[in-house]
Write a protein that binds this ligand. Structure first.
Ligand code: PLP
Length: 397
């Protein structure tokens, strides 16, 4: 006998992983160069040079036993101090290093946070569509319920829907900006509006925490786009950060949870984070990479590549007549399907070897997601295929 819920999850891949596997199979059949795989958010630019320089420096300067040994469960103290200091210099926020918990990436940050905040089975976490599908797995795994709220016409959070959804069972609201899958960056006004609603509710009922999932924080492409640091807007915030995307280190599994020192019961929340980390076996994140990311915190790879890809793809697709959400950040483009049924559209796209992820699992069944973290030439080569697809729908093509 096994855990049925775990069996169900393990015996079926996510829509993204399914397509990623299909891409590999199809590539073996017709040559990888003939498959336009836009399925997965694997960074396509190298980690900044400083990452490798730091690895080499640490290997030369630190005794091996110490370098590869356990750190404290919540992460090396000097690593946490460096990250906290950077929050002050980068965002003007006075973070407390003793409220930081180093993790194995955003996935671990989220599962730990959700387990820490779920007080009772059936507690609720709210999220705005479109959203990263693993949230459902993480929330339900913690014994809570995911409630999906609509976005407004610009795919920004619908605050009226938030007001209506709040009830005493709500423990938190998960946000993700820059957003996977839409590329949208939530505006400061929206976040301030959200904070006012959550604050009013928290004062009257129980505290609602804002859980800000931030793997894409640094990935923005226009001077005019500013990503708001949520702790500056709402006191009851936990940040689930990851270095996977900004430093192009997804396989190294490294990130952190930051509990705002201004949060209600910050010390108890942090203790619950430490306890949930222990319960889930996420203690002492990879020691070498804790030190590497502390030295590289705030750096990115060469973002001009993503910007170029974004511009090329957005122009190419809109020129064909497709309706797209302009992506301010992350490395995803969200495109409206002309037939309103993303699954059927994705199947048709496969005829042209275009592998796009249906928006169904993101809570937006009329959209598809195109991950443009690929070589620019792949996009150049794919645009004629998109044009043929557009023509099938009577668009300009
Ligand atoms: N959250 C979002 C929105 C993501 O897109 C991803 C990965 O693609 C994750 C969390 C998980 O990131 P990590 O690789 O750091 O676990």
């Amino acid at each position: 006998m096994v855990n049925e819920k775990a069996y169900a999850l393990g015996s079926k891949r996510s829509a993204i992983r399914e397509l990623f596997e299909y891409a590999k199979k199809r590539g073996a059949e017709i040559g990888a160069e003939n498959v336009f795989d836009f399925s997965i958010g694997n960074p396509s630019i190298p980690a900044p040079a400083r990452v490798h320089a730091e690895i080499e420096r640490l290997m030369q300067e630190m005794p091996s036993v110490e370098l590869h040994g356990y750190t404290s469960a919540q992460g090396d103290k000097s690593v946490r101090e460096t990250i906290a200091d950077n929050m002050l210099s980068r965002f003007g926020f006075a973070m407390d290093a003793d409220l930081l918990y180093m993790t194995c990436g955003a996935a671990a940050s989220l599962t730990i946070t959700l387990n820490a905040l779920t007080a009772e089975q059936g507690d609720e976490f709210l999220v705005f569509a479109p959203f990263f599908p693993e949230y459902r797995v993480f929330v339900e795994g913690a014994g809570a319920k995911l409630v999906v709220l609509p976005a407004d016409e610009n795919l920004q959070p619908d605050l009226e829907a938030l007001k209506k959804a709040l009830n005493p069972k709500v423990r938190g609201v998960i946000i993700n900006s820059p957003n996977n899958p839409s590329g949208v960056v939530y505006t400061k006004e929206k976040l301030e509006g959200m904070a006012a609603i959550l604050r009013a509710h928290s004062e009257t009922y129980s505290t609602v925490y804002l859980i800000s999932d931030e793997p894409y924080r640094e990935l923005v492409y226009d001077e005019s786009t500013a990503v708001t640091f949520p702790m500056n807007v709402y006191e009851n915030t936990l940040i689930c950060y990851s270095y996977s995307k900004a430093l192009s280190l997804p396989g190294e599994r490294i990130g952190y949870i930051a509990v705002s020192p201004k949060a209600a019961d910050a010390k108890s929340v942090y203790a619950a984070v430490c306890g949930a980390g222990r319960m889930l076996g996420f203690v002492c994140a990879p020691a070498l990479f804790q030190r590497v990311v502390a030295a590289c915190d705030g750096l990115t790879g060469e973002l001009s590549v993503y910007r170029k890809n974004r511009d090329l793809l957005y122009k190419g697709l809109t020129d064909c007549g497709f309706e797209c959400i302009y992506p301010d950040g992350a490395f995803y483009l969200f495109m409206k399907t002309p037939e309103g049924d993303a699954n059927a559209f994705c199947e048709r796209a496969k005829k042209y070897e275009l592998l796009l992820v249906s928006g169904e699992s993101f809570g937006a069944p009329e959209y598809v997601r195109i991950a443009y973290c690929v070589a620019t030439e792949r996009i150049e080569k794919a645009l004629p295929a998109f044009a043929l697809l557009a023509k099938e729908y009577g668009l300009r093509g």
